[in-house]
Design a protein around this ligand. Structure first.
Ligand code: SF4
Length: 322
C-alpha cells in the first residue's frame, strides 16, 4: 500500500458549552472523540452516521475550518493539525470542501464568474485573462454552459448550484476533497448525476474523497471503503462491498438492514435499534452504543471497546466475532 494522502490519528474536537451568568465552560461537547483512519491517493472513504454523530465536524477539522482540540492530521506526511494563518495556505489549496447546501455556500450577490475566480485571487494565481480562461474551463468540466459566468447562483436549480460548488472545489487542482453530504438536499434523479460527476472527476484528476453522508446506499455507490461513526467515534471500517454484505458491529447491522430492498419477494432480517443518539456532552460509559444495543452485556457498560481487526473489518465491540 502507498503512503496515505491523509492520516488522522486520535483526533478530538471538543466544543466548550458555556453556561451561567459568567458564561464559563463547565462542560464540553465531545463531537469528535478519538478518531483514527487513513485515505490512500485516489481512494474514496465513505463516512456514515446519524445526524449529530460528529461526521461533519470531523470533515471541518480535516479541512482546518476548525482547529482540533487534540490529535494528529497528516496530509501527505506533513502535520497540519496545529498550523495557523499563512502556514495553512498551501494546504487550503490542496484540501477543499463541497458542502451540503450550495445555496448557503455560494455568495448570492456574486456572479458565478466571480465565485469561480475568487480562489485564484485569494491564492494570487494568474492574471485576469488566465483566471477567466480557467473559469470557462471549470464550467465546461462540470457540464455548465459558458454563459453561466454572468448569472447569479439563485438563478440555477439545486443540481446546477452543486455543480458550481464542485467547480469551485476543483479550481485549484486539490488532492483531497471533503464532500459533506453533497447530494442530501437533491432529488434522487439529480443525486446520481452529481455522484457520476464526482466519480468522473476523481478518475480524471486522481482525486481522493472523504465522502460524508447519513445514507449508506448513497455512500456505497461511490466509496472504496466505508467507516461507520457513532457519537464521536468510528465503530467499524471495511471495504464497501464487505461492509454492505457482512456488517459486524450491531450499529452497522442496523443501518444496513434499514436500507430499502427493491425486490418485494426478498426477505431481509431487520435489526431495529430504538431511541435517539445520546448527547455528546454526556456520552454513555463503556461502549457508547450500549443503551441502544440489542446485544448489550454487563461489560459493555463499563469497558470501552477499541477498534480491532475482525476478518477484513476493524470493529470496536466486545462481542466474540471469531
Ligand atoms: Fe453492543 Fe456491547 Fe458491542 Fe457495544 S460493545 S456494540 S454494547 S455488544
Amino acid at each position: 500500500m502507498s503512503t496515505p494522502i491523509l492520516k488522522v490519528t486520535d483526533l478530538k474536537m471538543h466544543f466548550p458549552v458555556k453556561e451561567g451568568i459568567l458564561l464559563r465552560a463547565s462542560k464540553y461537547n465531545r463531537a469528535v472523540d478519538g478518531v483514527s483512519f487513513e485515505i490512500q491517493p485516489g481512494e474514496t472513504l465513505g463516512l456514515v452516521g446519524e445526524s449529530g454523530c460528529g461526521k461533519s465536524t470531523l470533515g471541518r477539522c480535516i479541512a482546518r475550518l476548525y482547529k482540533p482540540t487534540a490529535g494528529s492530521i497528516e496530509f501527505e506526511g506533513t502535520e497540519i493539525a496545529n498550523l495557523r494563518g499563512k502556514a495553512l495556505l498551501p494546504f487550503r489549496q490542496n484540501i477543499q470542501m463541497i458542502f451540503q447546501d450550495p445555496m448557503e455556500s455560494l455568495n448570492s450577490r456574486h456572479t458565478v464568474g466571480d465565485i469561480l475566480e475568487e480562489p485564484f485571487i485569494i491564492h494570487k494565481i494568474g492574471d485576469r485573462a488566465y483566471r477567466q480562461k480557467r473559469v470557462r474551463e471549470l464550467l465546461d468540466i462540470v457540464g455548465l454552459p459558458a454563459r453561466s459566468v454572468t448569472r447569479f447562483s439563485f438563478e440555477f436549480s439545486g443540481g446546477q448550484r452543486q455543480r458550481i460548488g464542485i467547480a469551485r472545489s476543483i479550481a485549484l487542482n486539490p488532492r483531497l476533497i471533503i464532500c459533506d453530504e453533497p447530494v442530501s438536499a437533491l432529488d434522487v434523479s439529480i443525486q446520481s448525476q452529481i455522484l457520476n460527476l464526482l466519480v468522473d472527476l476523481q478518475r480524471e484528476f486522481n482525486l481522493s474523497y472523504l465522502f460524508i453522508a447519513h445514507d449508506l446506499a448513497v455512500v456505497k455507490h461511490i466509496s472504496d471503503r466505508i467507516a461507520i461513526m457513532y457519537l464521536g467515534n468510528i465503530v467499524e471500517q471495511a471495504e464497501g462491498e464487505s461492509m454492505y454484505h457482512a456488517p459486524r458491529h450491531p450499529y452497522t447491522q442496523s443501518l444496513i438492514s434499514a436500507i430499502p430492498v427493491p425486490d418485494p419477494h426478498r426477505k431481509v432480517e431487520r435489526h431495529i435499534i430504538h431511541g435517539d443518539v445520546p448527547s455528546p456532552i454526556n456520552p454513555p460509559s463503556g461502549c457508547r452504543f450500549h443503551p441502544r444495543c440489542p446485544h448489550v452485556m454487563d461489560k459493555c457498560k463499563v469497558e470501552t471497546p477499541f477498534l480491532r481487526p475482525v476478518g477484513d473489518h476493524v470493529v470496536s465491540c466486545h462481542l466474540d466475532m471469531a
